[in-house]
Design a protein around this ligand. Sequence first.
Ligand code: NI
Length: 174
Amino acid sequence: MSLMKVFEVPEPILRQKAEKIEKVDNEIARILDDMLETMYATNGVGLAGNQVGLLKRLVVIDCAGEDQEPDILQMVNPVIVAHSKETLCKSEGCLSVPREYADVERWASVTVQYTDKKGNIQTRTADGLLAKAIQHELDHLEGILFIDYLSPLKRNKLLKHLEKRRKKEAKEAE
Ligand code: NI
């Protein structure tokens, strides 16, 4: 397994639509394992293909707490097939928008259908943090980021804050 580079805003690939996987083979399984390793190494709870420079409909998620058993989802071509009427508005972050957070409204529970690493169709119904992560990661495959749900004012403020911090960190690293 090997670590992958995580792309950050404003990389154009984060704004592109990922393509459907036609066949789940060893190469796809290997990429999913590399994505999982990269996600753990960066302390993320989810990672989508676009974020590692691949326009492929691949998503990995593990929302289990530190004191819990891993709850690994490695999904090929995931689709939300059902969701609750109820929504929740909670704080969200993203490895591609590092260390910036904002409240985003999401469905409280979702059912996702996907193909697993072995090529089998799986279905999972989730609520809480996992439901939020599934919606966030599937958005990535459409080129959508959580900051897109904010008002232009809030979004610009967040991006300016990120840019300011990047410049400061670059200066400190000199
Ligand atoms: Ni993200």
